[in-house]
Design a binder for this molecule. Structure first.
Ligand code: PEP
Ligand code: MN
Length: 333
């Protein structure tokens, strides 16, 4: 349910309305736009009579939100959300490129890549330390030690860092991590989403599960938001279809659709979406052109010897060319 507040209503009246909602166990989310103020109601609104609320002096109108996602819904928050990632903004016209290796392999590797991607124009550094691998015999990531190396690269480059959390028991390792990535395989790990949402207000980069519908993606964002963390960035990384020629199938149409359904920023991952380094550039450019709020791209200094996802990793030189083309597209737009 959303409550549209009358123009010119004073703060005290809005506060009284918020207290009334809270007394009914409903969490009010106030969204002050340039034209109107909206109060989104999170909680069990089934027992709240809309007529009762509408009768209040301060209320213009009340609307029920039909979709099961409320806090993530564009109706709830008509303006784009701008998420602040330790000073780097994303959403609402702020475009951001996250780049770095699939996995942190050594301090030297991640520091070298951090400098290279920063020089090319990346605004954040990625690097997996806790890796969700299909095979238990594959490299599993360096864990806490990998996060430590990533924080060295953060200090040296000045780039905020993004890393995947697989298990909440590792959260203490993430104190210096600026954006917590929830991977595709954990998109519906509801306990993890609730734990992250209630523990921190750090931005969460939520990757679409490989068989998840957009509604399921938005419901997972809702879990984080309803638990107390409104700072969610959605990530489209392709889904699994009958097509096996590419690693995943990427439908860029989801970018404008997600923007219509939700106010949250949408990032595209052309690396996992395609699986091949040569395709990352054209897909990154296309994603930029269609209106993505950012990109997350895997870059490795020595892709043939990468411990994870080398085939889809750009070299720093390839990444620099892609950044150049992205800048041109942005200038045209
Ligand atoms: C990753 O970003 O390295 C990763 C494992 O991505 P996804 O969860 O999208 O497969
Ligand atoms: Mn990867």
């Amino acid at each position: 349910m959303i409550i549209i507040v009358k123009k010119g209503a004073d703060e005290a009246q809005v506060e009284n309305l918020k207290s009334l909602l809270k007394s009914r166990n409903i969490e009010p989310h106030v969204s002050k736009g340039s034209l109107q103020t909206i109060i989104g109601c999170v909680g069990d609104v089934a027992h709240l009579d809309p007529a009762l609320i509408e009768a209040l002096d301060v209320v213009e109108s009340v609307q029920r939100i039909q979709e099961p996602y409320k806090a993530a819904n564009r109706k709830f928050h008509p303006e784009d959300s701008v998420i602040d990632c330790s000073g780097v903004k994303i959403g609402g016209g702020n475009f951001s490129v996250i780049a770095g290796p699939c996995s942190v392999e050594s301090e030297e590797q991640v520091v070298t890549i951090a400098h290279a991607v920063k020089a090319a124009g990346a605004t954040m550094l990625r690097g997996g330390a806790f890796k969700p691998r299909t095979s238990p015999y594959s490299f599993q990531g360096l864990g806490a030690e990998g996060i430590r190396m990533l924080t060295v690269a953060k200090k040296e480059s000045g780039l905020p860092i993004v890393s995947e959390l697989m298990d909440f028991k590792d959260i203490d390792c993430f104190n210096d991590v600026d954006v917590i990535q929830i991977g595709a395989r954990n998109m519906q790990n509801f306990n993890l989403l609730k734990e992250v949402g209630s523990y921190t207000k750090k931005p969460v980069l939520l990757k679409r599960g490989m068989s998840a519908t957009l509604q399921e993606l938005l419901m997972s964002a809702e879990y984080v938001m309803a638990s107390g963390n409104p700072n969610v960035i959605l990530c489209e990384r392709g889904i699994r279809t009958f097509e096996t020629a590419l690693r995943n199938t990427l439908d860029l149409g989801v970018v404008p659709l997600l923007h219509r359904l939700s106010h949250l920023p949408v990032v595209v991952d052309p690396s996992h979406a395609t699986g091949y380094a040569y395709m990352v550039d054209p897909v990154a450019v296309a994603a930029t052109a269609i209106g993505a709020d950012g990109l997350i791209i895997e870059v490795h200094n020595d892709p043939p010897h990468a411990l994870c996802d080398g085939v889809q990793s750009q070299t720093p030189e390839m990444f620099a060319r892609t950044m150049e083309r992205i800048r041109k597209i942005k200038a045209v737009l």
